[in-house]
Write a protein that binds this ligand. Structure first.
Ligand code: EPZ
Length: 429
């Protein structure tokens, strides 16, 4: 397993090209199952999750072609997906266990083919992460769902029908899955208490460009009028707000100055508000954000994660890394996942002063310095939090199990080297 070695204490300066969003591209890729026409995605990030999803779609009968565009002097991947016919409706355990988001094929397979056999996704380090909201909604739309030998077996031979759905909690995945399924259902579907994330709006935008009839995406009530079939399209993937937020914090923890190209302020209002309250300057430029923390002391601030437009859970670990060096005491409360503090013991090993307040809150007492150490990545966003701590720490940090990073951060060490970081990947045999 590859490792990453960082020598910290270097202020980062320069520009970072923010890639297409992982949490947008995964449902967008699966939406291509809904039509036999070509769906072209541009600005696709080079991530291992995209590679996994390509193999899952290939196994279902989708032809996947890739090429590239040069945008701002950078290679942005262009993929064409064409599913003339769905040749298999089974997603095996060994693929699902590698990437939970493969559940995004469920809605499209039931809508297009009327059947799906899909391994129940296991939990992951950040929580149990059930998919009961997905399954209950699809049942209310007429699917027959059974669980057998660890597999979900879904059938909708007469097709899906529109339904008035009330989500018990605003699930991002369930909102995307149901939105896709409902595009080809007979009649109208209403999702009440839908999630509001920008990646959902991006998916609705693409589906509508294929002929779907979706309104209200990005609000908590999404309406979908079913149509008979969908056409092809070409769609540019929205830029990754979590990657942008992660690099904004890289500027903050190293007292540097970074321009984040393609970062979209409108998708980052809450995290930028908190960064500014911590003393970091964030300027909105034409197609970028300029984050400046030169000679700036970080002040403490409390954080409570929430569904969009609240503070994103996917930036909690990264902000915690920054707050370990803040002047003062911060309280961080995680309300979305039940076990998203795996980065805490690793940060403590680097000299952070963090104590558990209760099962979903920690207290961070800022310290003057962190010190480099050998640490273990546990999940995608925790691993970037350790990179941030390594960039700020005195001395050398070695991060193990960096495959977590590669799931959601495109060419991470290259992007960091280009802005001055002393960072290398050590390939393990
Ligand atoms: C998406 O996960 C993202 N993943 C996550 O990003 C993100 O943290 C999460 O949304 C919340 O914003 C992708 O988009 C691929 P949820 P998802 O359904 O859809 C519970 C990252 O780091 N729940 O909104 O799985 C669930 O257990 C990843 O990029 C149910 O109980 O999240 C969780 O506590 C991590 N039943 C909460 O809801 C369900 O049927 C939010 O889950 C579904 C969810």
């Amino acid at each position: 397993m590859d490792k990453i070695r960082i020598v910290g204490g270097i202020p980062l300066y320069g520009t970072v090209n923010i890639s297409g969003a992982k949490n947008a591209v995964l449902p967008l890729m699966c939406a291509s199952l809904l039509t036999d026409k070509s769906v072209v995605l541009t600005n696709v990030p080079l991530l291992s999750d995209v590679t996994y999803m390509n193999s899952i779609l290939g196994g279902l009968g989708t032809e996947v072609f890739n090429g590239s565009d040069i945008i701002n002097g950078n290679v942005c991947k262009r993929y064409t997906y064409k599913t003339t016919d769905i040749l298999s409706t089974t997603v095996p355990y060994d693929l699902v266990r590698k990437m939970r988001a493969s559940y995004y094929v469920l809605g499209p397979l039931l809508a297009r083919k009327g059947e799906a056999k899909f391994s129940l996704p296991g939990g992951c380090t950040i929580g149990v992460r059930p998919i009961d909201i997905h399954l209950s909604a699809l049942e209310q739309m007429g699917a027959n769902i059974k669980i057998q030998n660890g597999y979900i077996i879904g059938k909708a031979q007469k097709g899906l029908k529109g339904a008035n759905l009330n989500f018990p909690s605003p699930s991002v995945g369930a909102t995307c899955n149901v939105m896709m399924a409902a595009t080809l259902a007979k009649g109208k579907t209403v999702i009440n208490n839908a999630a509001r994330e920008p990646e959902i709006s991006d998916l609705a935008k693409m589906l509508n460009s294929m002929g779907a009839k979706i309104s209200g995406a990005g609000t908590s009530v999404v309406k979908i009028d079913g149509v008979n079939d969908l056409g092809g399209t070409i769609h540019n993937v929205i830029s990754d707000r979590i990657e942008a937020g992660s690099y904004a914090i890289a500027a903050a923890v190293t007292n540097g100055r970074l321009e984040l190209i393609n970062a979209e302020y409108d998708t980052l209002v809450k995290p930028i508000d908190i960064l500014r309250k911590c003393g970091v300057s964030v300027e909105i430029a034409n197609n970028s954000l300029i984050v400046d923390a030169t000679n700036q002391e970080i002040t403490a601030h409390n954080i409570i994660t929430a569904g969009y437009p609240g503070f994103p859970t996917d930036l909690q670990a990264q902000f915690m890394a920054m707050l370990t060096l803040a002047n003062g005491v911060s309280e961080i409360t995680e309300t979305i996942f039940e076990n998203r503090f795996m980065h805490v013991p690793e940060l403590i090993r680097m000299g952070a002063k963090i104590s558990v307040k209760d099962k979903n809150s920690v207290i961070v007492n800022g310290v003057k310095n962190l010190s480099g150490a050998s640490v273990m990545a546990s999940d995608l966003r925790a691993s970037f939090a350790l990179v941030l701590a390594g960039l700020a720490a005195d001395g050398e940090t070695e991060i193990n199990r960096v495959y977590h990073l590669d799931r959601g951060y495109e060419t991470v060490e290259k992007k960091l080297q280009q802005i001055g970081a002393n960072i290398q990947r050590i390939k393990e045999k």
